[in-house]
Design a protein around this ligand. Structure first.
Ligand code: ATP
Ligand code: MG
Length: 416
């Protein structure tokens, strides 16, 4: 598959249109989290009606959508209703049952497809895909071994001692560093595998990271691709804390390589929609040549939230365009930006007592854009919102970000 190979044909669904049966152009999304909410906002701004399928009655996206189908993700009646209401459907999280997307695709255009979401759901398949397109993308993933049986665990000792120290990651359902255990020895590896329930895992070599970055790509039904420049990401305790999005956030040659690799991966998958590819930057002089592909998300991504305020088209705008078969404009970033994630911890003081964050002070700072996701209960580690800081130049953005992070007592202050 390459840029010249259309995935399939797609008649554009124009916003505001009404079909022969009198139905308004409606776009659907599987999942009701914050990514779904921001997708709904983007779709509605263009004039689409929206439908969200999500079991939770109080979900961030369900609360703002025209239609909220409150069923489980694999409920046949719920899926039938979604397909009936919508002219095209997307997803906001990768753990939606691939079979549900397959069912929807029988009657409606679904982007991304069940097949690619299925690959992204499983680290073993995902890594196999990265390996298959390594020549095209110019990047490989970290050295790893599949651990599905006790024999494969044993084989690490004999055949792959180079993988230790490493990280044991469940093949499925990991996010924000969950489902991962760091191991130094074969004994620790065996304990960790038991702790993870003996499920299918990959053991990944621990790499000496100097930085992390990600690239957002949007690819249309006709194979057209646009992309954002790579953003540099700082994680704290396995969760994204800070995203740096401005020219000079990383060496230009590395940025170009990451962007080209992400585009190649999207083409190779025949992907339709917004794809985020995460990369590690490893110490120079290592055998990995600087850039290593980590994983991909078949949807907009936390690290791309700055595009809402710093670009003339956001990752959610492009998600809408791609799924509806509209043209994909090359996005332009008009301001340097830093994004700070707001976890539930911000709603508690040092003694663990609930507190209202210092919004008054934060919002008086120039170029601050607060996004709260409408979640009623703040819990430690729960993504409640984000704050994007834009400004005329990198120095002033960093200065404001530093002050805002200080006011909110955010982690990763030293990384700004
Ligand atoms: P996400 O929330 O992005 O889905 P995840 O739970 O799927 O995260 P990963 O992206 O695989 O997990 O890992 C989380 C973080 O752990 C990475 O961003 C990186 O900081 C660190 N990490 C993961 N794998 C390695 C590795 N092989 N070497 C060094 N650090 C790693
Ligand atoms: Mg990750």
């Amino acid at each position: 598959m390459n840029a010249d190979t259309p995935s399939t044909t797609m008649t554009p669904i124009f916003p505001g249109s009404v079909d022969a049966a009198g139905q308004r152009a409606t776009l659907g999304v599987m999942g009701g989290g914050q990514l779904g909410r921001m997708f709904v906002h983007a779709a509605q701004r263009l004039g689409y009606f929206t439908a969200v399928l999500e079991p939770d009655a109080q979900s961030p996206a369900g609360l703002v959508s025209h239609h909220h189908i409150q069923t489980s993700y694999d409920d046949p009646a719920g899926l039938a209703q979604l397909a009936h209401l919508c002219q095209a459907i997307t997803t906001e999280f990768e753990n939606v049952p691939a079979q549900a997307l397959q069912t929807l695709a029988e009657t409606r255009p679904v982007a991304p497809s069940a097949a690619v979401v299925g690959i992204a759901q499983n680290r073993i398949e995902e890594k196999a895909h990265f390996a298959a397109c390594a020549e095209l993308s110019g990047v490989t993933c970290a050295p790893y071994a599949v651990i599905e049986t006790p024999d494969q665990l044993q084989a690490v000792q004999n055949d792959r001692p180079d993988l230790l120290p490493g990280i044991l990651k469940t093949a499925r359902l990991g996010y924000d560093g969950k489902g991962q255990i760091r191991v130094k020895t074969v004994a620790e590896l065996a304990t960790a595998w038991t702790e993870l329930g003996g499920v299918a895992c990959v053991l990944e070599k621990m790499l000496p990271l100097t930085a992390e970055c990600s690239v957002l790509v949007a690819r249309g039904w006709d194979g057209q691709v646009v992309s954002f420049a790579p953003q540099r990401n700082v994680h704290v305790d396995g969760i994204l804390a800070v995203t740096h999005a401005y020219e000079g956030n990383m060496p230009p040659a590395l940025a170009d390589k990451a962007r080209d690799a992400a585009v190649a991966i999207a083409h190779h998958l025949g992907y339709v929609g917004v794809l985020c590819v995460e990369f590690f930057v490893v110490e120079d002089g290592s055998e990995h040549g600087g850039l290593v592909v980590n994983e991909m998300a078949p949807r907009p991504h936390n690290s791309g939230h700055y595009t809402l305020d710093a670009c003339d088209a956001s990752q959610f705008d492009l998600q809408v365009h791609a799924m509806a078969g509209l043209p994909l404009p090359q996005p332009r970033q008009h301001s340097p930006a830093i994004m700070l994630n707001l976890l539930g911890d911000v709603w508690f003081d040092a003694a663990g007592q609930p507190q209202e964050p210092a919004w008054g002070s934060v919002l008086s700072l120039p170029g601050t854009h607060l996004h709260l996701y409408g979640k009623t209960e703040a819990r430690a580690g729960r993504k409640m919102g984000h704050l994007t800081i834009t400004g005329p130049d990198v120095a002033s953005v960093k200065d404001v970000a530093h002050r805002a992070a200080g006011l909110l007592n955010l982690p990763g202050l030293d990384a700004i």
